[in-house]
Structure formats: C-alpha cells, structure tokens
Design a binder for this molecule. Structure first.
Ligand SMILES: Nc1ncnc2c1ncn2[C@@H]1O[C@H](COP(=O)(O)OP(=O)(O)OP(=O)(O)O)[C@@H](O)[C@H]1O
Ligand SMILES: [Mg+2]
Length: 252
C-alpha cells in the first residue's frame, strides 16, 4: 500500500515544493514508484518536473470532470516518478468546496482511486491552512513540515501543529507527524544554528537528521524542469536530498 505523505507549512517559500520534488526524485531513483500530487494552484511542482499543464489535472479529478487515473503523467526525465499536475483552476476548489459537507475528503477520494500501484504518494500543499491543505492532511498517513532556519519560521509552527492536532482528533486519526525538516540552512549565520538547536531540543526525534543547506543549484533546477538529480547530482543540495531519501527509507 502506498505511503501518503503531505508537505505542509502555511508559510510561503519554505521549501515544500523543492522537498516534495527532490525527495520524490531520489526515492524514484532508489526504485520506489512515486506519485507526486501538485495540490497548489501555483503549479510549481508541475513545472519543476516538466509536466504538461494544459490538460486535466488534480482539479478535474476532484470535481469528476476527468477520470482520476487519466490525469496521471509520467515525468519525462525521471523513471518511476509520476505526477498529477495542478493549474490555476484549483483556485476554484477553495471556493467551491467550502459549502460541501464532505469538503475535507475530495483529495482522499481521488487518491483512493489512484494510489494502488505506488509506493509513495506525495502531496505538495499551497502556503495556507485553508481547505486545500486540510484535504492534504485528511488524505495523508504522515505530514512533513519543511522549516526555514530563521526566527519568523517558528511563529507559524504552533498554529500548524494545532491544525494537525485538530485533524488527528477529527477527520484523520491516522495522521502522524513524519518530521520537521530544516531547509535553506546557512551555517554561517548564528540564527540558523540557534533555530536548529532550539527546534531540535523541543521536538527531538521528530526532526530529520538531514538538514538541507541553502544551495543555488536547488533554486535553478526548476527552471530547467528537472529534479536536482537530473540537473546537478554532485551539488551539495542534491547530496542532501539523497541523504534525506535514505533517512526516509530507513525510517520505514
Ligand atoms: N535549499 C535551498 N537553497 C536555495 N534555494 C532554495 C532551496 N529550497 C528552495 N529554494 C528556492 O526557494 C524558493 C521557495 O522554495 P519552494 O518553492 O520549494 O517553497 P514552497 O514552500 O513550496 O513555496 P510556496 O509556499 O510558495 O509553495 C524557490 O525559488 C526554490 O527554488
Ligand atoms: Mg510550493
């Protein structure tokens, strides 16, 4: 059965998409079958792997306009990695779902139809705690929280953890916190070191040992529609995501 992991943090630009794409790419390289679900109307994950965005995607699968299995695309440059693309249409879902009684379960129902052949399903959420992220949390087995190593990054964390706890008590008791992942770490700044120390001291084994450093190559790869292992596999960012993939596999 597929392990469903959601990448969530309502703070923007913390590395949700970069992590979903590159962790997914390394798990795929290790022979796992990975389905990446772009669940953000910005469609950054779709662009990052070169998915076609002019055809039905996750929004159409959720609304019944397309058969869920028909919206899965193979990523041209990454064998074993598939994607359900997003588009700006998904913005409509945030409005349309609000009045539905079962509004948290639309994504879960799509994934029940398509997750069968995969080892991992990754859900890349938008930067908000709205209905899309709630659908992501409701559908997942575990949540990975990318955290940028800076002071303000911590401010939103307690709200996110409260939301996760509410989901666990309500719509998804199965949901576990898979881990907090430090991203864009700059070892030259004392603040980054302090954030890592403080958060690790508090959350202990819930923190991934692998820390993702700030690395320009990670920022460049999406504009070439490639995951980092197909752009610059020797750079420090690539090595870090490879290590993270090993850690995720070791954690079971
Ligand atoms: N470790 C890193 N080093 C350098 N740049 C990075 C790193 N991780 C991500 N980036 C870049 O930082 C920006 C934000 O990253 P990303 O898009 O992954 O964040 P996000 O949390 O998905 O953002 P959003 O909330 O808008 O969806 C992107 O331009 C990305 O390429
Ligand atoms: Mg993103």
């Amino acid at each position: 059965m597929a392990k469903i992991i959601v990448f969530a943090n309502q703070k923007g630009g913390v590395g949700k998409t970069t992590t979903a794409v590159n962790l997914g790419a390394y798990l795929a390289e290790a022979g796992k079958r990975v389905l990446l679900v772009d669940f953000d109307p910005q469609a950054n994950a779709s662009s990052s792997v070169g998915a076609k965005k002019d055809q039905p995607g996750i929004y159409e699968a959720m609304t019944g306009a397309a058969d869920p299995s028909s919206v899965i695309q193979d990523c041209p440059l990454a064998p074993n990695l598939s994607i359900i693309a997003s588009s700006i249409n998904l913005t409509g879902a945030t409005v349309e779902l609000v009045d539905q009684a079962d509004r948290e379960f639309f994504l879960k129902r799509v994934l029940e139809r398509v997750s069968g052949p995969f080892d991992f399903v990754f859900i890349d959420c938008p930067p908000s705690l709205g209905i899309l992220t709630l659908n992501g949390l409701a559908a997942a087995d575990s949540v990975i929280i990318p955290l940028q190593c800076e002071y303000l990054a911590l401010e939103g964390l307690s709200l996110l953890l409260q939301t996760i706890s509410r989901v666990q008590k309500g719509v998804n008791p199965r949901l576990q916190v898979g881990g907090i992942l430090f991203t864009m770490y700059d070892s030259r700044t004392r603040l980054a070191q302090e954030v890592v120390q403080e958060v690790t001291g508090y959350f202990k084994e819930k923190v991934f040992r692998t820390i993702i450093p700030r690395n320009v190559r990670l920022g460049e790869a999406p504009s070439f529609a490639r995951p980092i292992n197909r752009y610059d596999p020797e750079c420090i960012g690539a090595k870090s995501y490879q290590k993270l993939a090993e850690e995720v596999l070791a954690n079971g």
